[in-house]
Every structure is written in C-alpha cells, then in structure tokens.
Design a protein around this ligand. Sequence first.
Ligand code: SF4
Length: 240
Amino acid sequence: MTGETLRVARTHFPVSALGPGRRFGVWVQGCPLACKGCMSLDTWDPGGGLEVPVDRLAAQWRQALDQGADGLTISGGEPLAQPGPLAVFLEEVHRLRAGTTGEPDILLFTGHTPEELDAHQQLAASYADVLVTGRYEAGRPTRLVWRGSANQQMVLRSELGRRRYAPYLDWEPEQPPLQVRADEHGVWIVGVPRLGTLSRLDGDLRRRGLPAEAVTWRPCPSEHGKRRRSADSHDNGETS
Ligand code: SF4
C-alpha cells in the first residue's frame, strides 16, 4: 500500500491511438501551461477530476497487463505537475511489468522540455521509456505521429524505448490514429489530431445533434468543465 493519490481526469483501456499496441491510458488532471489551442481544456483545472489512490491505478495496470497490454500511456493535463505521486505510481508500474513475459513500455507526454524539469520531475520522468516533450504550438503543425506541433520531441530513453519507438520517430501516417469516445460527460478523443480535424469533428457532432458544449476540447465558460469527474472506461478498442 503506497497511501499516495494522484489527481486523474480519466483512465481508459485499451488505448490504441497514443503509442503502439493496446495500452492502458491515464490522463492526469491539472495543467498550468495553458497552451493556446490545447484540445484537453477539461484537464486544466487542478481541482477537477478525482483524487485516485495510486494503489487503485496500479491494480488497473495489473488488470491491463493480465489482458495483454502492450504499454502504459500517461498524458493529461500535465503529468509532471504531480511528480511525487506520479513517481510512486510509475515505480509500481515498473515492479508489476517486471513480472510479465511481455515487454510493456511506458510513454509519458509532458508539455515541459527536458531542460525545464526540476529534480522531482526528472525522477518521475526517469521511469519512462519514451517521453514526448514540449508545449503545443498551434502555429507549428506537424505530420509526425503522436506529436501535436513541430517543436515537440520524442525522446527515447531506454533500450526498450529505442527498439520499439525508433520506427515512429519520423513516421508521418496518412491519417493520425484517433479514437472518439462518448460518455455521460460528453465526447472525448484519444490521439493527436492534425490541424482542422477537431473543427471537422465538431461539425459532425452538431449534425448528429450532440450538445456542442459537451466536447472536451472547447473552452468552457459554463460549469461544464467543473462538472466533469474522473471516468474509468473500457471498450472494444475501435478506432475512428
Ligand atoms: S497541450 Fe498539454 S501542456 Fe499544453 S495546455 Fe494542453 S494539456 Fe497542458
């Protein structure tokens, strides 16, 4: 029992659009970086989401491993805004993956550059096999997979990370992988869409009569963002 908690926006399994294979995804709640054009506005509020015991997240990771998960993706929000509990969770993740026959990897998205990290953040980041680093800059589009803007770097930190992710460093897919999901809180997406994708999706949702304020990527002057709560979800892994 760790006794630690991590403030989380949502978890999901399987994630197939953020990292290779079928993955357990954790979206950390709270981001102070305020990138213009961020599609995860619902994760900015540091008081949103839910405090989730690290032990519960570790149990979910164990369950995902039992179902053959290829890795863990941590996104947000800004995961390194909670470096202490994140490091405790990732230590558990390492311990549990050591008992598997596969090679599940750890992919961590952060809006910080490596140079910005303090000692606590460096420790948490050190558990990742791969980092995707840097703010989202809407004016610098890219076609590279799993990066939102051209300034963002994919950093391969471990032997596993280098072996598994080297083919993706320069990969520009015809269509970036995306999963579109809906729950009682609204519509949310998994993946890194290209410029223009969200407005097209927004138009599709309007045509289908879905409430426009119930999308996670829209600035929310109403109480919508405050009403959101952490959600754990499982599905069949269809990719839209
Ligand atoms: S793009 Fe990422 S780092 Fe930037 S504001 Fe959004 S959640 Fe924070």
